[in-house]
Design a protein around this ligand. Structure first.
Ligand code: NI
Length: 401
């Protein structure tokens, strides 16, 4: 007779073996999605393929957030765990020269979401094969519009995400070597704010500046003043970034323009720090504009995306469960943002990184680069990670309290 622990371990082994057997299926799917990239909220082809696969495996499916899909595999207990993959591509012209290069001019899966979809479809196969052994329900979230579309926020509005105990997500990650599983308790990714500032002065002849109010000279001073919020007013132990990414004003060498504009972003992992930076930016904008006789408008023009903060217990649990796959590391925090943070409104959450950097294969380019690619040899490991997490989470009575 086998003990309960041995039974659980044998399912673990089955998951890992099934994932390996599915390797070529997962890579084929990834390449197909890679060749047919779709931008945010346009993921119709992608979600059509996902829906077909899920139905063939016995999942119930529901549409969510316009172009998203949720697959539901009902289990014998009321507990529910959700696994999430994002599906959208980017408006980038691919330059990898690979055989599976994008067939859509100017669009590319340059963040690895094609791999996420394929890994979660692999997990769908694995989980349906151990359906009898699942102590609860698994929901697979195929989310649209992660790249600046706040798709996750739209998904969490769905009642399908009510009464979920834990939501788990993963990102293929170019800052980790191939196959490394990066699990970090607590803060992992930053909040994202996008701001624009409009300064209005008084235009005139460049040779008669005394008759004008020069918005460019005010703007240059303000760019430097903003940076002092980070260097002089925020603790060095609180990660925070303020980047001005666009400056626009004037057209001629001999004309002082009327208007000047800038765009930029603020990143932080602590929302109090984020709020402080925005408050100080507004004060500095107002104060400088007054001092320089300009008028100024400061605007946060897109939704704030909160920081990704991992549940401590889930992270420790994942570290122990995933150790059977080897190479579990604690990754560095990143100031890149992720709309996965919105799922924390619904349940305990965990987001982890799976390394894809492989110098021998020339896979060295950062996310969102025209030559970005992923090491496909890790994709079956990703399917195993999703599946192990779901199976073990539902099996673990302590965690489910
Ligand atoms: Ni991404």
């Amino acid at each position: 007779m086998i003990t309960e622990e041995e039974a659980v371990n044998s399912i673990d082994e089955k998951i890992i073996k099934t994932a390996k057997d599915l390797k070529s299926y997962i890579i084929d799917k990834r390449r197909d999605f890679h060749m047919h990239p779709e931008l945010k909220f346009e993921e119709k082809r992608t979600s059509g393929i996902v829906s077909k696969e899920l139905i063939s495996l016995g999942f119930d499916i529901s549409k969510v957030a316009d172009t998203g899909v949720i697959g539901i595999l009902k289990g014998k207990d009321s507990r529910t765990v959700a696994l999430r993959a994002d599906m959208d591509a980017l408006p980038i012209k691919e330059a990898t020269g690979k055989s599976y290069t994008s067939k859509v001019e100017g669009k590319m899966h340059a963040c690895g979401h094609d791999g996420h979809i394929a890994m979660l479809l692999g997990a769908a196969r694995i989980l349906s094969s151990i359906r009898e052994n699942l102590n609860g329900t698994v929901k697979l979230i195929f989310q649209p519009a992660e790249e600046g579309g706040w798709g996750a926020e739209k998904v969490v509005e769905s009642s399908l995400l009510d009464n979920i105990d834990a939501i788990f997500g993963m990102h293929l990650w170019a800052n980790l070597p191939s196959g490394a599983i990066g699990v970090k308790p607590g803060p992992l990714m930053a909040s994202v704010d996008s701001f624009k500032i409009h300064l209005k002065g008084k235009g005139g002849h460049a040779a008669e500046p005394e008759k004008t109010i020069d918005p460019i000279s005010a703007l240059v001073d303000m760019v430097n003043a903003y940076q002092k919020i980070i260097s002089r007013e925020v603790s060095t132990f609180e990660p925070a970034i303020l980047s001005i990414t666009s400056i626009d004003s004037g057209e001629a060498f001999n004309v002082i323009p009327e208007n000047a504009y800038m765009l930029g972003t603020v990143r932080a992992v602590n929302l109090d720090v984020r709020n402080f930076i925005i408050k100080r930016m507004k004060e500095i904008t107002k104060g400088y504009a007054k001092a320089m006789n300009c008028s100024a408008q400061f605007e946060i023009f897109a939704k704030t995306s909160p920081p990704v903060i991992n549940d401590e217990n889930l992270a420790l649990f994942a570290k122990s469960v995933l150790s059977s796959l080897g190479n579990v590391v604690e990754p560095k925090m990143t100031m890149i943002g992720e709309d996965f943070s919105f799922y924390a409104r619904k349940a305990k959450t965990l987001f982890l990184f799976l390394g894809i950097r492989n110098e021998e294969k020339g896979i060295i380019f950062p996310h969102h680069h025209p030559k970005f690619d992923i090491d496909e040899d890790v994709l079956d490991k990703g399917s195993a990670i999703y599946s192990l997490f779901a199976y073990q989470y539902l099996a673990n009575l302590d965690l489910r309290k």
